[in-house]
Design a protein around this ligand. Sequence first.
Ligand SMILES: [Zn+2]
Length: 398
Amino acid sequence: MCTPVEFTVTTKDRPLMIIDGYCYIQDRRTDDKTYWRCENHKTFNCHYRIHTCNSTITSTHVKILKQNGNHTTSCSRDQIKISLRKFRENIVDRTYNTQESTDRVLSHCVSQLSDAARIRLPPLDHVKRTIQKQRKKNDLPQVPNDVNFLNIPTVLQITKRNDIFLRIDTEPEFAPAWNPQNLMIDFEKAVMNVFSTSFPQASLSGCYFHLRQSIHRQLQAQGLQKQYEDDIDFAHGIHKIAALAFIHPDEVTDAFTQLSTHLGDTFQSMLDYFEDNYIGRIRANGSRTRPLFAAEFWNVHERTKNLQMRTNNSAEAWNRRIKCVFQCSHPTLWKFIDKLILEEDSHIHTKICRVNAGEPIAKKKKYQYLDKRLHNLVTNPYQDIINQITALAHNIVL
Ligand SMILES: [Zn+2]
């Protein structure tokens, strides 16, 4: 169930979620969930809390996992307060991200307010002065109107520590000086084609998280989701199919054949799906067709053995982070570079310093155990392939 929602930030820049006229401030956030509490939890001691799901969140809808408590009688839906919040957010957004004059920024934002909200605005001169002050602090050169502009301003070529930030400036061409050896991408044929054409020498591998996701989506498409949730043995069988990702690529086809016999009829439709996409259909003469994704692409046996990463989730996490950093969907080009420079200094440089000083790259305990178990199984496999698959499957969830 999805609930319509609006997001903004508090004056102290904390994420704020508006549902049904009530405002909730972000409290804690884990990988899967975000915890929110009523904005009045301090003023009126309101204990209303909401937990939302991170993976399904959009800018207009959230999935509420849990809500508990009651709002106090002093908590009210104050629509004017909400529209004033949005007004402030709009002002900041246009101040930073457009070239509009102070008056235009102000009149544009004021025009969206109701009369009742205008009455509660701070004096307009104050707002104007804030805009001008912010602009001064944040002066960037004029953005070019022509796509063939000559060069990037010097201030945008260096990091905050006066290091080189602009590494290369070329004609529009896809990463001409980049020569990657390994690329990990999602299971999308179109993306694969672009990368294999642009970087013929690079080896492409599929993200293990996306492989599991594809299997999961197929389960749902076949109407097997409920059986997967309710029936432990059925779920374990599905995990055995996913476990093929950890079998040596040379043995995958044989392992698949044995697994098909071992699993039997209940799993036929799922095995067919896996065969078509990842193994290759068997021909009349016993050979196999080319699958949509070859085993070399989706298999993670080598990666697990060499303790390399199996997913590109870290890149996706960075994508989400960057979206927050921009806080607007169409920054000017200079603004875009400027924010990247800020991010480089505050976040990335700090991380690099810490890692250089010996700070371990922390993985959660439960993932550490999981990694160790999978590594053990891959380096000291069971002789019998079905035993090996069964053992691997115990470490898999979709
Ligand atoms: Zn409340």
